[in-house]
Design a protein around this ligand. Sequence first.
Ligand SMILES: Nc1ncnc2c1ncn2[C@@H]1O[C@H](COP(=O)(O)OP(=O)(O)O)[C@@H](O)[C@H]1O
Ligand SMILES: CC(=O)OP(=O)(O)O
Ligand SMILES: [Mg+2]
Length: 400
Amino acid sequence: MSVVLVVNSGSSSLKYQLIDMRTEEKLASGLVERIGPGVGISTHKYDKECHEQRLEVSSHDEAFQLMLQNFEQHGPSLETHYPVAVGHRVVQGGRRFFGPTIVDDTVENDIEELIPLAPLHNQANLAGVRAARKVFTDIPHVTVFDTAFHTTIPDAASRYAIDRDVAETYRIRKYGAHGTSHKYVAAEAAELIGVPFSEAKTIVMHIGNGASMCAVDGGVSVETSMGMTPLEGLVMGTRSGDLDPAVLFHLHRKAGFSVDDLDDLLNRKSGLLGMTGTNDMRDVTERAERGDVEAEEGLAVYVHRMRHYLGAYLMALQGGTHAIAWTAGVGEHSAVVRRRTLEGLEWLGIELDDELNETHSDEARVISTPNSRIQVLVVPTNEELEIARQTLEVTGLQPA
Ligand SMILES: Nc1ncnc2c1ncn2[C@@H]1O[C@H](COP(=O)(O)OP(=O)(O)O)[C@@H](O)[C@H]1O
Ligand SMILES: CC(=O)OP(=O)(O)O
Ligand SMILES: [Mg+2]
């Protein structure tokens, strides 16, 4: 059996899946949340059962050991289901990695060197790679980069208008993120609407805790909302997204914020959390519906920013847009956010079907009316499956 283990380490979590690549069936999956001080939560799903455990998990190395324990205690055994390869998500590949890459020590060092370009993510991703290489010493490890899908974005969209030498020396440009998800969802969306991926024009809305949008034209990314780091663009769970850079000078000069304070403010204490006190969209929409003013204001800013980018991406897709595809935690589950983002756009040929929008399902589906010129879709993302596919592809292993 060809099974691939996929490790997706986030800034404070570690997600994993064991996938049988003959059928692309998920055999087992798990999540270790809240890595760091305090009580963490480990969830392991196998054979229709879900095993939950609460305990302090102080590092990604510990989270990885916990994952191994989960397999040992709850199955399936990694001895009988020994993976043929391990696929790892890495957010930032810079101008160094343009596709899935088999890991060796040089690759590990290069990922480390890219940490400043994705501070919340690359460090955690690397910790997962290192822990896994220590345990699975005799199989290939492959890193799949969020940035790889965006290397096709034209210069006019990926350059910042700053001094050329400074930009070159310090590698300052738009790299984007969530590319593995954007690519997977755009391909699924094309299939759903029956347009070849090589011809489809799609706007993908990856709206999770981290959130970004992507304009995909003929199978390639032409614009995305995250920038040099995953801080730019949309309002997120704890990140501010776009703001006037002069705000930083002002807070430094007038309020004595250090660079680290500013980093903490914008990456960890802003977005929905900063505006409403919670980064969970379920709480925000519930409170907004009950008339809570802070929640309503936060939601309004969140939605306004997505509409701003939607307008821009309709322009980026020359010649028209076939579909808008919603994905990730908020995009897949929040009918309220989808409705508020797309309301009043009938004049643009975007017409949501309210009943379809409100219907819950785990399947990829159309939620616009038959009259809607641009189709609106919900397409559950599966970064892990896409990583597993790319892992097999680059190692040349065949599912057997
Ligand atoms: N039913 C729901 N309604 C609204 N938002 C939801 C729902 N379920 C999950 N979410 C949101 O999705 C977010 C997590 O999305 P996810 O894509 O898993 O993010 P990440 O990969 O960045 O951790 C949660 O923070 C929560 O706000
Ligand atoms: C890049 C990024 O924001 O990833 P995530 O959504 O997993 O936090
Ligand atoms: Mg995510």
